[in-house]
Design a protein around this ligand. Sequence first.
Ligand code: NAD
Length: 358
Amino acid sequence: MPTVPHASLKIAVKAMLAAMGSGGAEAETVADHLVEANLKGHDSHGVGMMPLYVRNWQAGTLALNRPLETLRDDGPFLVCDAGGGHGQVAALEITRRTVERARETGVAVSGLILAHHIGRVGTYGEACADAGMVSIQFVNVGGHEATVAPFRGADARFLTNPVCIAVPAAGDKPATVLDFATSKVALGKVRVAMNEGRRMDDGLLIDSAGRPTDDPSVMFTDPTGAMTPMGDHKGYGLALMAELLGAALTGGMTIRPERGRDAGIRNNMLTIVIDPERLAGRGPFLAEAAAVVDWVKASPPADPAEPVLVAGEPERLHKAERSRAGIGIDETTWSELQAAATATGLGAARFSELAGAG
Ligand code: NAD
């Protein structure tokens, strides 16, 4: 399993994106996002996505260098169409504009529609928190066969519809960033398990007949199985709301087959940004939030080896460790990356050399 330094991995991924034809800023943003996801422990949304991006680019479902088109700009409301362009770029741009608007209006609500994969949604929650804002994101995935069954269902009706809520840092307390898929696990984690030859835990998957299974390959064979929603009826309800708010409310592409299937990825995202100054007041809110986090974290750990954490902390711990030790990439993902580098014209040897593994 190659372990590569994050800085050189980013250079290699950026070179692959540039070989596809992305301009410098686009290649930089996407490479930065993917490597940051690896650094933060979310390999499912890291550089292992590149082979899929290359396939979508070849199939014409990922557009390069596509500017964001503003469909509505009306007081606190903003709606933008990404036109199938790189989602990491589009989502960062609309997040920045929503934050700017919330500085003027106290609260701002935006809809991003038809973006190619926006990746780790926490990236956008973190950007809002860094700007001192509270944020809530609901995201759906359209354009693709469903992968997640509703509670009590035997086939898939959603994708992994993530939700993110972020609260800014207070004094020496880092931001609290809750960011998860509404399936029990993200599809990328099932892919990583299959690539590593591991079985999944019980309760995460059903096969194509609706029977429980621990075999990750059911998600990548035809007919496919499905993943189960987190939290049974509660997670299923959240997934449905991500569909209704992330796509139906924003005017984006819902998962209904009638809205189209091009086998690409169409992320649609509702973002709500709130300036805490307009509610409790920034100072009192952040002081109380920090005190609440302290109170919660003071719970004695049931297992002394596993202290109580708060959302955002596992990502910071992973980043500290992987920044130092490098990013391990499993053999299957590595060979897929090499094939993708060949397909872009960069070449497998050059990719390995740039990544620091050659
Ligand atoms: P996950 O199950 O690892 O949960 C992550 C969340 O739980 C984070 O907020 C983390 O800080 C928190 N957390 C983890 N362990 C904790 C602990 N012990 N105590 C307290 N909090 C803890 O994440 P996931 O559901 O596998 O999602 C992974 C990523 O996939 C997310 O970044 C999500 O945005 C992304 N995703 C994107 C899409 C898309 O279409 N773009 C779809 C699905 C998921």
